[in-house]
Every structure is written in C-alpha cells, then in structure tokens.
Design a protein around this ligand. Structure first.
Ligand code: NAD
Length: 309
C-alpha cells in the first residue's frame, strides 16, 4: 500500500522538525516546501540520511516549487514569522496573514483535495483566514495549538507530582494566547482529578505557567519561539488524520452553534480522523470556566476583525 503524502509549507524550525517526527514515525511521506531556495531540499536530504540509522522508510523531499504540493492528503502550514522577546502572537498578524493568503491560494490550486492544518500564529486568526481564503468546508481545516498547550500542562503536572507523563491527561481550550483556558477539572493523573492531588495554590501556579509557557521559551531562546513540542504535536494530529484514529484532541475548529458560538475558530475538544474535524465535543463548563472561555473567544474575534486581505 502506498504511503500517504503530507506536505509542510514552511521548512523553518517548526516545519522541519515536524517533517522529522512524521517521517520517523512513518506516518506518511513528506514534502517540505519553503520560499528559501535549496533549504528545504537540504533539510530533506539531511533527514533522509538519518533514515538508515533510525530505520524508517518514509521518504522526505524538499522543494521551493508549489507544484510539488500536488497529491497531498494533508498540507500543514508552518510558514511565517515567529515571536521574538517582547512580542505577542497578535503582533504577527499582518505579515503572517499575507503569507497565509499566498500559501492558501497555492494549496487550493495544486492540491484541492487536501485537508489543511494551520500552525502559523496568531493561530486562531490564521486558521480563520485560511478558511475564508480557501473556501474549503470548515471541517477540512484545523489549527494546532490546544494539543501543545495541553502537552505543556501535562509536562508541568508530571514534574510537580513526580509521576509519568504517560499517566497525565489534560485539556486546554480557548485561543492560543494568554487568555487560553487550562481546565483543572479535566486534568487528571490516571483518572484522578488533580484537584485531589494538589493544593489550589500549586494548581493555580501550574495553570499560570501553562498560559505563559510559550513566552517563557521565547524569553530564553531570544531569537525565535518553541519548536520541539509544537512539531511533536503536529505529528500527533497528523497521525490522527492520516491513520483515521479518531483521536480526541483540543484543536482550533470552526464552532457554529457548538458552545453557543456564531462562527469562530477556537480551541475545543475535537474528534480528529480522515475527514478532518469529524466532531466537536461540547464539555460542560462551570461559570468560571465559561467566563474565561468567552473572554478568550472575544479576544480572537477582536483580532479577526482586524484582518485585512
Ligand atoms: P521559522 O522562522 O523558523 O520558519 C518559518 C519559515 O517559513 C521560514 O523558513 C520561511 O522562509 C518560511 N516562509 C515564509 N514565507 C513563506 C511562504 N510564503 N511560503 C513558504 N515558506 C515561507 O519559524 P518557526 O519557528 O518554524 O515558526 C513558524 C510559525 O509557527 C510561526 O508563525 C510561529 O509563531 C508558529 N508557531 C505556532 C505554534 C502553535 O502552537 N500553533 C507553535 C510554535 C510556532
């Protein structure tokens, strides 16, 4: 059986590491595309040289020609500027919206059957832009952020309790910004809510660190933003789609009616499979959680209103 094809547009830190994870796990063959000539080919060749050592047969190619998007089952958009210290994700909006516009028109023309995963920041706004510009049905476009924010929360809980990360499950919803909503009631260790394992003070501190985790890394790196965990999360979502696993992962998905919303991309738990966003799962939110979620949605809407194409 032929392997499926994933194209990644933007072969920078996030895109190239996503290519490595995806190939290493043999989820699909990968085509890396970037505007910088030679760079995607060079990185693809480098990953290919790792294949005999690590024993994976997935093929990785690089190109600066968008025609090589043809025949993709999934296109991942990781092209665009990343944050530097002192910047919010929102500061990237104008430049990255322009990049999204160009990339989406190429995807629609060269690989119209592909599902699309957006990674570029500000995430929720860029998914909205990609959907508007592509004309694709909303369930075929998904944004990666909740997987990452939840992974960060899982890591912090495991560090705090000295337990295996494998046993920690967490849920962060809302937008990929400081207003994101980590849900302590839905964060568990082997099914045990963390509210039974940690004090309120420690939980609050972990939730705050989760919200600022991207910024913590930007502050330390000084020249860009995180890429190891983001790319791992891209591979996790790509695997759910390509292998039709029906994973339940928080993703930016189009909510119309769901959560009482009137048509906005925001992080919510999604069943992810070969048809993309196959279902949006509505979880019960208490008054405090609902207020935080609504606040996050308002922040996204404000940024979406500022989109200029
Ligand atoms: P990077 O600067 O390392 O890579 C970006 C790449 O995009 C560069 O190689 C650049 O040449 C390329 N590019 C720019 N315009 C292009 C175009 N029109 N077509 C093809 N390629 C183009 O940045 P990075 O660290 O890889 O981050 C990429 C994006 O992902 C940023 O917007 C960043 O904020 C975002 N990000 C999102 C998350 C998330 O959770 N959603 C996490 C981390 C990073």
């Amino acid at each position: 059986m032929a392997r499926k094809k994933i194209s990644i547009v933007g072969a920078g830190h996030v895109g190239s590491h996503a290519a490595l994870w995806i190939a290493h796990k043999e989820i699909a063959d990968v085509t890396l595309i970037d505007v910088i000539e030679g760079m995607p080919e060079g990185k693809a060749l480098d990953i290919t040289h790792a294949a005999p050592v690590e024993g994976f047969d997935a093929k990785v190619a690089g190109s600066s020609d968008y025609r090589d998007l043809a025949g993709s089952d999934l296109v991942i958009i990781a092209a665009g500027l990343a944050r530097k210290p002192g910047m919010t994700r929102g500061d990237l909006i104008d430049k990255n919206a322009g990049i999204i516009k160009g990339v989406v028109s190429e995807i629609v023309e060269k690989s119209p059957q592909a599902l699309v995963m957006v990674v570029t920041n500000p995430l929720d706004v860029m998914v909205h832009a990609a959907w508007k510009l592509s004309g694709l049905p909303p369930e075929r476009i998904v944004g990666m952020a909740g997987a990452l924010d939840s992974a960060r929360l899982r890591a912090f809980v495991a560090m705090e309790l000295g337990v295996s990360v494998e046993d920690v499950s967490a849920m962060v919803i809302g937008g990929h910004a400081d207003e994101m909503v980590p849900l302590k009631r839905y964060t568990t260790v082997a099914g045990i809510p963390i509210t039974q394992l940690l004090s309120k003070e420690r939980i609050d501190a972990i939730m705050e660190r989760t919200k600022k985790a991207g910024g913590e890394i930007v502050g330390l790196l000084k020249t860009g933003s995180a890429y190891y965990a983001p790319s791992a999360c891209i591979a996790e979502m790509a695997e759910a789609i390509i292998k039709d696993k029906k994973r339940v992962i928080p993703c930016a998905a189009y909510c119309k009616g769901k959560y009482g919303l009137d048509g906005v991309f925001v992080g919510v738990p999604v069943r992810l499979g070969e048809d993309g966003v196959e279902d949006i799962i509505e979880i019960e939110l208490n008054t405090e959680e609902k207020k935080a979620f609504d606040n996050s949605v308002s922040a996204i809407k404000k940024l979406v209103e500022g989109l200029r194409f």
